[in-house]
Design a protein around this ligand. Sequence first.
Ligand code: NAP
Length: 279
Amino acid sequence: MTVLIRGKELAEKIVDEIEKEVKNYDKKPGLTVIIVGENPASKVYVNKKKKTAEKAGFNSEVIELPETVSQQELENYIDNLNNNPAVDGILVQLPLPGHINAYDIIEKINPEKDVDGFHPVNAGKLVTGLNPYAVSCTPYGIVRLLEENNIEIEGKNAVVIGRSNIVGKPLASLLLNRNATVTVCHSRTKNLKEICSRADILVAAVGRAKLVKADWVKPGAAVIDVGMNRTEDGKLAGDVDFDEVSEKAGYITPVPGGVGPMTIAILLFNTLKLFKLHN
Ligand code: NAP
């Protein structure tokens, strides 16, 4: 029987635990999110992050900047936040407008305040097996989901479809650090279906609705769907064809209610970790 991995439940448990812990402190952890422009999806994510952070008892601030903000102005905001002792975590919501160099912006964030774990110091620590100040939220959330469901990682074949700096690459490092044999696939990968069909753990982080079909999946595999895609009828769909694949997988995450809520829970987990580092 296929086990449905409900990330929402674990995420709520993590947020509740954080809320209890925060009540014991005199100070509140501070999380500041910068959002540039009017991207509707980004606005939804940022609102969710703020609401959940407030529920957990954090000081949560959102800085909304116009699409026309310059690189220098944005870097000045980050400098101010880097120097503000009330701010433990800084998150710049991606994507940024085309005229902004996102790499330089991420590099501007103090690595000890980089809640997203995207700064090269944190990404580098992860790859080299050192302890990053924070690990990217979505990949770490996925590992927590696997661990919580007692899905063995060590020695298993893990296939990650997608090689972005925010999901695919850090996830590959996390799985490798836990002794999986990891294959990372991307748009130029040949024989994608055949590679996926050998995976004990298959993670789709692509951004293509229902790309992964049942005949791509090894019977009993753990299938983790990171994708969040809008279909033509306006519905939210993952990268995995859930109806087909859930008949064959051993474990599967739904969309919504799977990986998404874990991303926010880990964001709070990271903020609390950085708060403890600073206090
Ligand atoms: P991204 O930066 O666009 O990366 C997508 C990756 O998929 C790239 O490596 C790309 O290959 C690869 N790819 C594209 N088409 C492919 C194909 N047909 N076959 C194989 N590989 C293909 O996206 P991302 O930021 O990693 O996000 C991926 C998905 O996860 C999106 O749907 C996003 O909305 C979702 N997401 C969800 C959460 C969450 O909390 N649930 C968090 C982050 C992202 P190339 O490198 O060769 O271009």
